[in-house]
Design a protein around this ligand. Structure first.
Ligand code: ZN
Length: 292
């Protein structure tokens, strides 16, 4: 079952987040008809954004992760809330690129290309917090590690994985973020580095039947007594509605709306996050115009 866990080691020196997002990523793949390459990119972004959202203070706070690269998959956006709801959008969802020649794995670096990674935190203030870095690795996990160090001054280790079956279905998807709190002793850091260097691959481990709880306690934070403080469900859920988009229609001029009525045109607004069309027919537009 999809879930996110967060906690801290007994000595309060290391905090951790881990996520099993297999079904959530599958939902994104189904909604957007994602190619395998896009499934991996979107899957990594979904896990990462949900883990960062788990650290927000209020349910109203929203975090958005945006990748803007010059590669074939171009732009992808994922937005998550503290309540575990996530939604995403890929600009070229069906674009596929060949596997990496040498490793025979998905060539995410070349799919994304060069560009920027942006984090937008809407904390209910007048203006959102925006942090941006250049993509140095284009693997998302390494870029986020760099982001945490540079923009938030938190030494971190980020792992993100998506295991795709040959038919395109998602077998496993998940991730972890390990963060070192100030004044953590050197031997603790050495221990984690040791554990991480021996840790094979997150989604392979999940596929062998290890839960994310096991991955943290028996492998990554082995010997450091990690304690899970919270377990929460997650799901792919768009917060759009016909009412929200009606406000969009109201941004059109009266002249434009009258033209639509005169030509008996149905106005359609498409939600990019859940691939839903909202149709406004003549009768509905007349009603909206009457209220303006
Ligand atoms: Zn929507």
């Amino acid at each position: 079952m999809d879930r996110i866990i967060r906690g801290i080691t007994k000595d309060k020196s290391i905090r951790f987040f881990a996520i099993d997002a297999t079904e959530t990523v599958q939902e994104a793949v189904t909604i957007h008809h994602l190619s395998m390459t896009n499934s991996v990119i979107m899957g990594r972004m979904i896990s990462a954004t949900l883990m960062m959202a788990a650290d927000l203070k209020s349910d109203k706070n929203v975090i958005t992760l945006k990748i803007d690269g010059d590669g074939p998959t171009g732009v992808a956006i994922v937005t998550a809330r503290k309540n575990g709801n996530v939604k995403g959008y890929a600009k070229y969802p069906e674009v596929e690129i060949p596997l990496n020649e040498h490793t025979k794995t998905f060539d995410i670096q070349n799919a994304i290309g060069n560009g920027t990674l942006t984090i937008i935190k809407d904390l209910g203030m007048k203006s959102p917090y925006i942090g941006q870095i250049e993509l140095k690795y284009s693997t998302i996990a390494k870029d986020l590690t760099f982001y945490f160090a540079k923009s938030e001054q938190i030494p971190s280790s980020v792992g993100l994985g998506v295991l795709v079956m040959p038919d395109g279905t998602i077998k496993q998807a998940g991730g972890f973020i390990i963060q070192v709190l100030p004044e953590t002793k050197e031997d603790v850091i050495t221990k984690i580095e040791n554990n991480l260097s021996k840790f094979p691959n997150l989604t392979d481990m999940m596929d062998m039947g290890h839960s994310i709880e096991d991955v943290i306690s028996k492998f990554i934070l082995k010997g450091l007594e990690p304690e899970v403080k919270e377990t929460a469900p997650i799901k792919y859920k768009c917060d759009c509605s016909k009412e929200k988009f009606e406000n969009g229609i109201k941004l059109l001029s009266k002249k434009e709306l009258q033209e639509a009525i005169d030509t008996n045109e149905t106005l359609t607004i498409h939600c990019h996050f859940c691939n839903t069309d909202y149709n406004f027919n003549k009768k509905k537009i007349e009603k909206i115009l009457g209220q303006m």
